[in-house]
Design a protein around this ligand. Structure first.
Ligand SMILES: [Zn+2]
Ligand SMILES: [Zn+2]
Length: 105
């Protein structure tokens, strides 16, 4: 029921803002599009790798090499993976910043 209510609130919000798939987030930069990165990328001051999981600009997701390794081992987004990944929402500006910090060739 709580989930359903959250979903309704999201749909209503999208209708009023006229943004279909986008989820907005309040950041220090102001309002931005919500993107997901893993907790390791959020916390680590040194590069931990950056694997991008979506090419959809409205649904950006990234995680580090350790998360990718576990994902490959688990085969899917299991509970164990979700716990390890511990995805955090950031705005698209932060996402780009973390991406350039953690991206390694
Ligand atoms: Zn990670
Ligand atoms: Zn931001």
């Amino acid at each position: 029921m709580a989930y359903f209510r959250t979903l309704c609130a999201m749909i209503l919000k999208n209708e009023t803002t006229g943004m279909s798939n986008r989820l907005e987030i309040d950041c220090s930069h102001g309002k931005g599009i919500a993107c997901m990165i893993c907790c390791h990328q959020l916390k680590s001051p040194i590069p931990v790798g950056f694997i991008e999981n979506s090419s959809d600009p409205d649904d950006l997701q990234g995680w580090c090499y350790a998360c990718e390794y576990l994902y490959q081992t688990e085969g899917e987004r299991t509970e164990k993976f979700k716990k390890f990944n511990d995805a955090r929402l950031v705005c698209e500006k932060c996402y780009e910043r973390y991406k350039s910090l953690h991206w390694t060739e």
